[in-house]
Every structure is written in structure tokens, then in C-alpha cells.
Design a protein around this ligand. Sequence first.
Ligand SMILES: Nc1ncnc2c1ncn2[C@@H]1O[C@H](COP(=O)(O)OP(=O)(O)OP(=O)(O)O)[C@@H](O)[C@H]1O
Ligand SMILES: [Mg+2]
Length: 257
Amino acid sequence: MRVDDKFLRELESKVLAYRNRDKDSGDRKTYDEVFDRDTLMLLYDLMTNEVIDELDFPIATGKEGNVFRATTHSDNFLAVKIYRMSNATFNNIQKYIAGDERFRNMGKNRRRIIHTWAQKEYRNLERMYAAGIRVPKPIVCTKNIIVMEFIGADGTPALHLRQVELEDPQTVYEQLLENMRLIHCEAKLVHADFSEYNVLMLGQEPVIIDVGQAVLLTHPNAFEFLQRDVKNLARYFRKYDLTLDEKDMMKTITGGK
Ligand SMILES: Nc1ncnc2c1ncn2[C@@H]1O[C@H](COP(=O)(O)OP(=O)(O)OP(=O)(O)O)[C@@H](O)[C@H]1O
Ligand SMILES: [Mg+2]
């Protein structure tokens, strides 16, 4: 793409303006890491294609990337997850993809591996959404950027399960157990990072997020990951005095097998 004045002006007003607002804060370094030149170009494309109109603010800064709220042209909100193209991200991701057959022919190209990782998250999201699991609706994925449904109310991002006091823990537990059953029996996946940090509460409804590391049931560690997910679910709900048997939970999730 040719970088002309119009491009720079639009970018300035829609992306960099937001970044420059924080020029005195320590977060500025993070912004510079996230908004490398290629990522800015991709954001510009998303804006030109009218997927989003503006990036509003960062919802969260994670180990591998940042999640932003974005506004669309019709004044709806979307969530934009941007994987940082840095060495740190690459090193974290490497741990997960070493030995995974889908990445066997990836070589050592850092960019390509990070792009593939974002695509893996997006594909997992699509697969879960199609199976009726309550995850953010996938909108589009381009290189290291994932655009998805914004989980929140009136523009305010939803809180994590761990941040809220549940009115009806039994019902939320049952909803999560059913979602885990659907992940296993319908999407044929294991989330593999399930915890109260990766569930957002939309009112009283749990929404499962962060599906990048989810693996196929055929993955050699799938069962071990599932046991860990179940343990986390049980541990969290025991604080509400629910009597939970992890073996029974496993049975329900795996469809009695
Ligand atoms: N669709 C969404 N709508 C609203 N907020 C979201 C959405 N997706 C993610 N978030 C927020 O961004 C945070 C980070 O997202 P996510 O867990 O997917 O990324 P991550 O980089 O793996 O982060 P971490 O390393 O903290 O697990 C979430 O904990 C949540 O607060
Ligand atoms: Mg997370």
C-alpha cells in the first residue's frame, strides 16, 4: 500500500491519536510494541473496509497481546485482539506449538508463526460458536488481529467470573458445565486454559473467552488438559459450597464415556 498524506491523516486521527493521548505514560512502550507498522496497516484496512470505525481504548494487556474496544460505523462495539509481533510473544507461543503437527511445516518464521497462532484462536472460536457454545461471535481474523463480539453492557467491558459475586452460583455452574460438554462433544475440543479468568459475566450469563490454546480431542495431552479444566471449574465453585465430584463432572462433559 502506498503511504500517502490521506493515509497518514486518517491513521493519525483514528489510531495514533488514541496512542498519543498516553504519551507520558509507561503504557506508551506497550502501544509502540503493539502498533508496529504492519499492524497499523491492517487496522487501517479494517477501517477502510468498514469493519471498525475507531479503536476506543485498551480493555486489557495480556502476555501476548492487547484487547481493545472498537466502535463500528453503526455505533456498535466490537472487541479487537491484537497479538504483539514481538520476540516475547514468539517465545511464549513456541512453547505451545512445539510438537504440534499442524505447525510442523511452519519453519522458524516469527511473523508466520504468530499469524498462524492468531488464526488457530480464530478457528477455535468459529468452531465453538458453530457448536452453540457461549463464546464471543467471531467476526474476522487478519494476520495477528482477531475481531469478535464485544462482551459487555452499554460499552463497558464485562467483568471476569473471579471479580463478581454470583447471585445464583448453581445456575452459572450448570451453564458452564453444559458449555464444557458442548466444547467436548460438539466442537471436539478441550479449552485447556479454563479458569475464572477466562470467563466473562454478561449479567448472570457466563461467556467463555481466550480459546487460542484449545486443542483437538486427538491431541496427546487433551485428557490431561481436560482434567485440569475440570479441576479449575470445581475449585472455583467449591467456594460457593457446591458439592462437586470431579469424576461425575468428567462423565457429564465427555458424554458419559
Ligand atoms: N470479546 C471480548 N469482549 C470484552 N472483553 C474481552 C473480550 N475478549 C477479551 N476480553 C478482555 O481482554 C482480556 C484478555 O483477553 P484474553 O484472555 O483473550 O487474552 P490473553 O492475551 O490470553 O490474556 P491473558 O494472558 O491475560 O490470559 C480478557 O481477560 C478480558 O478482560
Ligand atoms: Mg486470558
